[in-house]
Design a protein around this ligand. Structure first.
Ligand code: NAP
Ligand code: ZN
Length: 349
């Protein structure tokens, strides 16, 4: 075991403390990564607050990780010391069920091991995430950060990026009329990726306060959902709506914005249930579907696509001493557009 510094929430909703945690000795297929940066995802907030059910505490969140390979196990073939790498939402899966064999490890039938707030298959010990100086991960769950990409701005792509890229690919955003609800961490990356894929992109935000940014990131149109006129003006207009909001929305209003056979894809993950009327779906054959992050092969394809298109997250890089402020501002939608912790330079003994 190797000791490493980490930021840990001792109890649900509690302030983070600097602690020492243990990382396992390298197995033959493991990679040891010196973490440089960790993005702060709204899912971290949900889990620290137990919005989705009981969590495992103490909790060290972080599933948007970039860093440098510091050591490799004897059977590792994909990586060498010094490589620039990333780790996303999962660090293990069974490897033999149908979704795993398809490269959709995030839907492993035998419960994939989450990067944090999960349990290792081997001994049931809790997993600890990216708010720490180093991490040991099976090589299959490590991806390559393209050389041209800034390591800090790449970090959010490991969760936010793949979570929006996967459904935009699955529902064929290219050439379609696509709406993105919420200009937050996921939403702003979705605007960039959907635009790069060749979609006509409309942002549906609570207000027009981020309109100039949205248009600069590639949106063609930008509307405020606080204005009831928006729902009349855009009725029936979208082939695809990607909802990135972490709160419950009045679904009937949004379903009315879909064209016939359009899809409302939900990646936002609020604690409370949604409700909607069947008529909003049935009469115009609209679909409500979900999407869960993405598998490892697709995560690498997303990174390569983003590098080729010059896409990364717009970040606010902060020292670990500002984590409480970051959580408050994230809860209040006051971040433009993703907080990234500068782990290597500020998580110090
Ligand atoms: P975020 O940065 O907080 O962005 C969410 C955005 O939603 C906000 O910036 C805000 O945008 C909008 N919003 C917030 N509260 C709202 C409200 N009450 N009504 C309407 N709009 C509201 O969060 P994120 O990191 O992008 O994550 C968003 C959600 O996706 C979270 O629930 C997270 O857990 C989930 N998630 C899911 C997956 C998955 O695999 N499916 C992966 C990652 C994250 P505007 O100010 O523009 O309205
Ligand atoms: Zn996330």
């Amino acid at each position: 075991m190797t000791s490493t510094l980490a930021l840990s929430a001792p109890h649900p909703g509690a302030a983070f403390e600097k602690v020492t945690i243990e990382r396992r000795e390298l197995r033959p297929d493991d990679v040891l990564i010196d973490i440089a940066y960790a993005g702060i995802c709204h899912s971290d907030l949900h889990q620290v607050n137990e919005d989705w059910g009981p969590g495992i505490f103490p909790m060290v969140p972080g599933h948007e990780i970039t860093g440098i390979v510091a050591a490799v196990g004897t059977e590792v073939t994909k990586f060498a010391v010094g490589d620039r790498v990333g780790v996303g939402c999962y660090v293990d899966s069974c490897g033999h069920c149908e979704p795993c064999l398809r490269g959709e490890e995030q839907m492993c039938r035998n419960i994939p091991v989450a990067t944090y707030n999960g349990r290792e298959y081997a001994d049931g010990s809790p997993t600890y995430g990216g708010y720490s100086r180093s991490i040991v991960v099976k090589e299959h769950f490590v991806v390559t950060i393209p050389d041209t990409m800034d390591l800090a701005a790449a970090a959010p792509l490991l969760c936010a990026g793949i979570t929006v890229y996967a459904p935009l690919m699955r529902f064929g955003a290219a050439g379609k009329n696509v709406a993105i609800i919420g200009m937050g961490g996921l939403g702003h990356v979705a605007v960039k990726i959907a635009h790069a894929m060749g979609a006509t992109v409309t942002v549906l935000s609570q207000s027009l306060s981020k309109k100039n940014d949205g248009l600069a990131l590639g949106a063609d149109r930008y509307y405020a959902t606080s204005d009831p006129e928006t729902f009349t003006a855009l009725a029936g207009g979208f082939d695809l709506i990607l909802n990135t909001v972490a709160a419950v929305l009045p679904l009937d209003d949004y379903l009315g914005l879909l064209a016939i056979n359009g899809s409302f894809v939900n990646v936002g993950f609020p604690a409370e249930p949604y409700s909607f009327h069947a008529g909003a779906m049935v009469l115009q054959q609209r679909a409500i579907v979900g999407s869960n992050a993405g598998g490892l092969p697709e995560t690498q394809r997303m990174l390569d696509f983003c590098a080729q298109q010059g896409i990364a997250a717009q970040i606010e890089l902060i020292g670990v001493d500002r984590i409480a402020e970051a959580y408050e501002r994230l809860a209040a939608s006051k971040v433009r557009y993703r907080f990234v912790l500068d782990i290597a330079n500020t998580l110090l003994a």
